[in-house]
Design a protein around this ligand. Structure first.
Ligand code: NAD
Length: 324
């Protein structure tokens, strides 16, 4: 057992978090993580309307009696997103934990806090972590440059970002970006975090609702097989390297790129199709450097058991032998 401020705050057994994963973090995955002793966040934007999110929250409750949360990402989108409607549903359905990501959640803080919701803000820099603490967030999830999806524009790795964030704020921290096993968990806690977030690793689990070819691709590709797209728009996304990504990078290399130039390639709806049919060249798929550490497709229970066994062995045996 590893007891930290994160296990206490979420009332969970293991300091392991499945953060929001667009199109993937549905009830099957969040409930499997919860039942394995961690906490999972379902991504609100995966559901086209707020009422679809309500149905998914209810479905998740049928699959687990353990805590789970909802992710709300505030980033530029090709769709018009009714954030107040999603928040209203979360409050009405008694959601206790919300992970916000991307832009500052300040406009919604009063509403969330007065509903008794604990807010985890996911960000990519120390200055944004300091701001999150100042506006009343309960936890910061700090995303290193290794991370899948949107790792920000500063390119600071978890090894530096987590301890600097620890030095700058008092509230609990979840380390994110580059983590996939028990060694990562020990490292993450050692750097000053109170819990570890994994994204890519959770996509290659039995319960992740994506095509098997997607899970296999994460095994077959290594730590060097990601690329950064949309850097020219200051909305960098770390994705699995494929032909579509090369096309996007070629367009970006010409300069003066607009979102319209690349929208058909980067559209989330194309990415959603790719996750469902396993046609891996079709669109873009968020993937982190931790892909190099993904070698199997366990259940979430097996994955979390393995991580805890490995982490506890390092702490109890390796460290005990090392200290003289
Ligand atoms: P989408 O189809 O709305 O957009 C596709 C991509 O283009 C996204 O990365 C989006 O941020 C980007 N984009 C859209 N309009 C833009 C603009 N005007 N300027 C710069 N970039 C622009 O995306 P989706 O897959 O439907 O996802 C919905 C939201 O969830 C998006 O905001 C997306 O960024 C976000 N998301 C977050 C993560 C994460 O790691 N937290 C991962 C995937 C998607």
């Amino acid at each position: 057992m590893l007891k930290t401020r994160i296990t206490e705050l979420f009332d969970i057994e293991r300091p392991i978090v499945q953060g929001g994963l667009m199109w993937v973090a549905k009830a099957e995955l969040a409930s499997a993580v919860a039942n394995a002793g961690g906490i999972g966040f379902m991504t609100a934007l995966t559901f086209p309307e707020a009422e679809d999110l309500r149905a998914e929250i209810r479905r998740c409750r049928k699959l687990t009696d353990k805590p789970f949360g909802v992710n709300l990402t505030f980033l530029p989108s090709l769709r018009t997103i009714d954030y107040p409607a999603y928040i209203k549903v979360c409050i009405e359905e008694g959601i206790k934990f919300i992970e916000t990501a991307g832009r500052n959640p300040e406009p919604y803080m009063e509403q969330l806090k007065s509903a008794g919701i604990k807010v985890v803000h996911k960000c990519t820099s120390v200055r944004h972590a300091v701001k999150a603490e100042k506006i009343g967030c309960d936890v910061v999830s700090i995303d290193g440059f290794e991370a899948a999806g949107h790792p920000g524009e500063d390119d600071v790795t978890s090894l530096i970002l987590i301890p600097l964030t620890r030095d700058a704020i008092e509230i609990p921290i979840i380390g994110s970006g580059g983590f996939a096993d028990g060694r990562g968990l020990v490292g993450c806690l050692g750097l000053g975090a109170d819990g570890m977030n994994m994204g890519t690793r959770f996509v290659a689990t039995k319960e992740a609702p994506v095509h098997d070819k997607v899970k296999q691709a994460l095994i077959n590709h290594g730590e060097r097989d990601t690329r950064l797209i949309m850097r020219s728009l200051r909305n960098t996304e770390r994705v699995l390297h494929n032909q579509t990504v090369d096309q996007v990078l070629e367009i970006e290399s010409k300069g003066d790129t607009t979102i319209e130039d690349i929208a058909p390639f980067v559209s989330g709806l194309v990415g959603k199709d790719m996750l469902e049919d396993g046609e891996m060249e079709k669109g873009v798929l968020s993937a982190g450097q931790s892909m190099g550490l993904v070698r199997d497709i366990p259940t979430c229970r097996q994955l979390l058991d393995n991580i805890m066994t490995q982490a506890e062995a390092i702490i109890k045996e390796k460290f005990a032998q090392t200290i003289t």
